[in-house]
Each structure stands twice: as C-alpha cells, then as structure tokens.
Design a protein around this ligand. Structure first.
Ligand code: EPU
Length: 429
C-alpha cells in the first residue's frame, strides 16, 4: 500500500466544540517549507548531515521515504532530529509512485541535478488550490546549461556541465529561487539570481548549504549570488527555522477566540506583517526576543489585507485571517496576490454562517456576530487550519473532514490546541 493511503486510513475528522478561549503557552515547530527543501538539499552533501527542529508532519515522512528509496540512510534520533547520509544514493530518478503525494517534490529536481547533473522527477499534476507552474524553475535550469524535457508526466533534466550565469526570475517564486540555488551550488562559475524570493526559508536553505561549504551570498535580498564549489562536506548540524505560518495560525487563533496565548520559539521579525495587521484590528500583541503574546479583544476592527511575497502578508495566512475578519465590525477585504485559486475555503466558511463574497481575487468579508458549528472540509492545508479556527470560535459542534491536508503541514495541531484549552478531538473511524 502506498504511504499516503496508509496515513489516510483511520484519520478521518476533527470534532470541535467551540467558544473556548485559548490560553497558555505554545511552542512552534520547525518550518515545513524550510524542511521540505533542506531534506532534499542533503543530496548535495558528501557526508552525513544532522538536522534538528524538523517538524513531525506527513510531508516530512513522505520525503524521508523518498530519500530512502533513492538510497539515502535517514535515521531519526527523536521525532524532530535526523541524521541523513546520502553518500550511497546512486539514482537520479524519482518516479510518480514516490512523489505523487509530495507537492514540493520539485526540489528533488534541483538537488539531483546539482549532484548527478541529471534528474528525472515525476511531478504531481495539480495541487490543493490549482495548477502549480514550474516554468521559472525550468528556465533557470536551461540557463545553467541543462536540457529539459517533459515526457509522460516526467520532467527530465540533463546537463553535460552546469555553468553559472545571471538568471532573472519573471515572477517572485520561492520554489524556483531555492531550486536554482540547489542546482547552481556546484556549478562552474557564478550564478546571479535576480528578482529572487526573500522568504526566511530561502535564507535557511542558503545557511544550510553555506555551512557545508557552499558560497551563497545575498539570500534574503532579491539578488542572490552563488559561486559554484566542487564539494559540500557533511558533518555539520543545522536547526530548521521556526514555522512562521504555524506561528501565524496560532496568533490568529488566539485573537479569534479572544484568548491570551504566548507563542514561543519563533522569530518575531518574521511575523511583522501579521503583527501589524493584528494591531490594526485592535488586538494586543506584545513581542519578546523569541516569543509573541497575543491577547484578544471584544471588538475586532475591520481591515484590508493584500497577500504578497515576503515581507508582505503571507498567502498561507489568508484563509485563517479570513476567519478572524468574519468577527470584525464592518466590511473587510482580502486581496490574494500570489495564488489564483485560494478561495475554496469560502464555501466551507459560508456553511458556518460567514458572509463572504469573492470578486475576482478579492474576498469581501462582512462581519457577523457569530459563526455556527457545521460539518466542513479542509480543501487544502491552510484552508484546513482556517476551518479549525472557525470551529474554535463557532457556537456548537464543528466537524472538519479531509484532515489529511492538515496532517501534511501542522505538527499535532489538535494536541497543541488542546493544551491551550480547546475542546478538539480526532475521531478515527
Ligand atoms: N509561479 C509561476 N511559475 C513558476 C513558479 C511559480 O508562475 O515557475 C507562480 C505560482 O503560480 C504562484 C507564484 O508564482 O502564483 C508564487 O509561487 P511560488 O513558486 O513562490 O510557490 P511555491 O514555491 O510553489 C511555496 C510554498 C507555498 C506558498 C508559496 C508562496 C513550499 C513547499 N510551498 O510554494 O506553501 O504558498 O511558496 O509563499 O514552500 C503551504 O505551505 O501551504 C503552501 C502552499
């Protein structure tokens, strides 16, 4: 049985009895979107890499299995720390059966290309909220000297030699930025990525590669210079950065339930766009060195949000923020600036009494005094988190179905919420 089917068995729904304010302290896990890039990046190393603060989520479990099938030795010391040795990997092929449930499988392309000058990775076609193009990844591989063909759903990339060059990304893309860093790190000469993504996980991957001997400068700005090196040595330890989207999810949940939560083990600077919006919405936010405290308020003020690449408001917090704006006085808007099809959560929230209209890429949200519990489904990972927050504030019982999406990217979401006083149970059928 395929790994995804095994996990889907028995994991059916979350049942939430709402209207309990969240109170207490919570530790944030390592960032999913850094981990799903750092793990494939170990393919570029000549020796063992010890990775700490790996989130215990389904995407990581799938990636572990993929790396093992390629020939890597992956051993977990505990649920968040792994030693990965890719020395024995001798395959550059990741077929459909291996990658079909791993949305970020495109990082195998850059990593295998960087290591073997060759990669064949079958990509999952659609995604939770629409088709994900990889034209910018391909354009970059070609600029580095690779030939790229797509045959029978398999992306085949091959290069006699990878040679660094300037690459201008037409769109700010996290995936393309990281993938091209992976491919260029051992290329001959210097690659200059312009209009690069500035997300903290781009910096995390660059730091990991640099710690192994790569020469990457400028990660976190929109121009990244990658001077090719011959080898990357393992042996180092790298701790994955805290998950800014998980942190944001808890910040919004604390505000929405009118609770009082200290969100720990985070980098408050990564949260600035959300912190500023919450303050604008009349919510009390206090920052410490590695924590943020969020105290809810009776009267949430309306707000207008536009999602943008970092340091803008993250698209992955759009659905959770929409739930909070359902409680605001007056009419708010969220303009989606990254993904076209991020609005599937809207129909589900309407089942709970939300008043939301979608006009093009804008959700127009009219505040309502109360949501009412209902059966709803997670249409994707972040929509799933939004349904859980809606369940926490709604009157009565909410059942969130299709929680396999939530398990992909949140470490023990219901356990962490329960520790803050939520009445939430996983019901296994
Ligand atoms: N795009 C292109 N061509 C490309 C690549 C991207 O047109 O070659 C477009 C996309 O269609 C999208 C925009 O550029 O409209 C941004 O896409 P990006 O490449 O930045 O997204 P991604 O790398 O595929 C990552 C996260 C997403 C997050 C986005 C935006 C991972 C594994 N995924 O996706 O996270 O929404 O960046 O920040 O890092 C999630 O965690 O739930 C999630 C979906």
């Amino acid at each position: 049985m395929h790994i995804e089917e095994r996990w889907c068995l028995g994991l059916k729904k979350l049942v939430i009895n709402g209207q309990k304010p969240l109170r207490g302290e919570i530790d944030i896990s390592g960032a999913k979107n850094a981990a799903v890039a750092v793990l494939p990046a170990t393919l570029l190393s000549d020796g063992p890499c010890r990775i700490e603060n790996i989130p215990d989520i389904k995407d990581v479990k799938i990636l572990k299995e993929i790396l093992e099938q390629l020939g890597a030795d992956v051993s977990f010391e505990d649920k968040n720390t792994a030693v990965i040795n890719t020395a024995k990997v001798n395959s550059y092929t990741a077929p459909y059966e291996m990658v079909k449930s791993m949305r970020a499988s495109y990082y195998l392309l850059g990593a295998l290309l960087g290591r073997f000058k060759r990669a064949e990775v079958s990509l999952p076609g659609g995604c939770d909220f629409g088709f994900r193009p990889i034209d910018q990844h391909i354009k970059g591989f070609e600029a580095l000297g690779a030939k790229v063909e797509i045959e029978h759903g398999i992306v085949k990339v091959y290069a006699e030699e990878l040679v660094g060059c300037p690459i201008y990304l037409d769109i700010v893309s996290v995936g393309a930025t990281i993938n091209l860093m992976l491919a260029a790190v051992k290329a001959k000469g210097t690659t200059i990525l312009e209009n690069a993504a500035k997300e903290p996980h781009v910096v995390d991957v660059a730091n990991f590669l640099n710690a192994m001997g790569a020469n990457i400068k400028g990660a976190g700005t929109d121009i990244i210079k990658i001077k090719g090196v011959q080898t990357l040595n393992g042996g180092g330890t790298h701790a994955i950065i805290p998950d800014m989207i998980e942190a944001g999810t808890f910040m919004i949940a604390a505000a929405a339930t009118k609770g009082d939560v200290v969100i720990k083990n985070i980098i408050p600077k990564h949260m600035e766009s959300l912190t500023a919006k919450l303050i604008e919405m009349n919510i009390k936010v206090t920052e410490g060195e590695d924590f943020i405290r969020v105290q809810g308020t009776e009267k949430v003020s309306k707000a207008n949000i536009k999602t943008l690449p970092y340091p803008g408001f993250p698209t992955d917090l759009h659905p959770p923020a929409a739930v909070l704006l359902c409680l605001a006085e007056g009419t708010s808007t969220i303009t989606e600036g990254v993904w076209d099809l991020r609005f599937q959560y809207v129909d589900e929230l309407k089942r709970m009494g939300a008043k939301i209209k979608v006009e093009g890429r804008i959700a127009v949200i009219e505040g309502t005094p109360q949501l009412s519990g209902a059966p709803v489904k997670a249409t994707d990972l972040r929509a799933g988190a939004a349904m859980v927050i809606a369940g926490l504030i709604a009157e009565g019982k909410t059942e969130v179905h299709d929680i396999k999406y939530i398990d992909r990217g949140y470490e023990d979401l219901e356990g962490k919420l329960r520790s803050l006083g939520a009445d939430i149970e996983r019901v296994v059928k």
